[in-house]
Design a protein around this ligand. Structure first.
Ligand code: AKB
Length: 319
């Protein structure tokens, strides 16, 4: 493991992953070494990071200045539009999901930063790819704007590593589930919303049909995996596009059964919307053996541990 003080910039720091990743990075590196950034105005308690920059990540001049001012060594570039929102704003999604990544790669090429983390997604796989246990190296065939942007981003990461030795690392996240921050604009968001509605209303209408399986990951496991990948020695990494991460796989019906064990009487019905088509083009389960072998990926949460933890914490939060 490489253990030294880093100066970290997080983009999208107020988002679903960003909020929790920022807290963990503050614990590890100290608040003064962590700069959170996002589009919101600064307000007290906005983040646990020692610094906050209100920054549009497509503003290349400002980004360069922030990196210089804070002597940033490592960037966690999380700002992105998710799958549902990307379908509604395709051109903007392409711009936001791709251009800042290229800019960070350029800054690393110049030697201004040393390491970049960039999230990809299971959305890269797409139509015609086996549904179950999708391997690391299958041909990618995304049919969504989001998937296309993530596939292109992966290729750019690989290109900058091969050509210029830029140390950019990436994970293909499945759906992420957390009680601390709401999801926003994704196809897998039903698996977060369902918990809020189960606790507050005792029922939920799912926008994904009952037997559609998708891979999911509890946020604690997602953060641990991200930090593990970033701490791994360079030489152990064999994938420079993006690592598969399987987490757990379940359908809305299976999740509802699990919730009923904790909230008897919980009811679910199904009204699939445009996101069903997106889900239909994604895999149901993922083979993540390469990540396990290269950098020791492990998980603590399966569907029942996750469900119990979500309900326990959300009940307190929503009280
Ligand atoms: C989404 O649903 O868009 C995201 C993802 C799987 O990348 N959660």
């Amino acid at each position: 493991m490489e253990s030294h003080t880093e100066r970290i910039l997080i983009t999208g720091a107020l988002g679903q992953i960003g909020t929790e990743l920022t807290n963990r990075l503050v614990e590890i590196q100290g608040a003064d070494n962590v700069v959170a950034s996002g589009l919101d105005r600064w307000q007290k308690g906005i983040t646990s990071a020692g610094h906050y920059e209100r920054m549009d990540v497509t503003n290349t001049q400002l980004v360069r200045q922030v990196i210089k001012d804070y002597e940033i060594t490592t960037v966690y570039h999380l700002a992105s539009l998710l799958s549902g929102t990307s379908e509604k704003q395709p051109i903007f999604a392409w711009k936001l999901n791709l251009e800042p990544l290229l800019h960070f790669c350029e800054l690393a090429k110049e030697g201004l930063i040393q390491k970049i983390f960039w999230p990809s997604s299971i959305a890269v796989f797409g139509k015609g790819i086996p549904k179950e246990n999708v391997e690391q190296d299958v041909v990618l065939n995304p049919t969504t704007v989001y998937g296309i942007s993530k596939m292109a981003g992966e290729k750019w990461c690989e290109y900058y590593f091969d050509k210029y030795g830029v140390d950019v690392r990436s994970i293909r996240y499945p759906g992420l589930i957390s009680w601390k921050t709401p999801a926003g604009g994704g196809t897998t968001d039903y698996a977060v919303e369902i918990f809020y509605e189960a606790i507050e209303e005792g029922k939920y209408t799912s926008f994904i049909s009952e037997n559609t399986g998708m891979p999911m990951l509890y946020m604690d496991d997602a953060i641990n995996a991200t930090l593990k990948l970033m701490e791994a020695p360079k030489e152990s990494l064999t994938v420079r596009s993006s690592y598969n991460l399987g987490g757990m796989s379940f359908t809305p019906k299976e999740l509802a059964e699990e919730i009923k064990k904790e909230i008897p009487g919980f009811e679910i019905d199904y009204k699939p919307d445009f996101r069903q088509q997106i889900a239909d083009s994604w895999p149901a389960s993922i083979d993540d053996s390469v990540a396990k072998k290269d950098w020791g990926l492990t998980y603590d949460f399966g569907i029942s541990e996750m469900t119990k933890d979500m309900i326990k914490n959300l009940k307190v939060k929503l009280d």
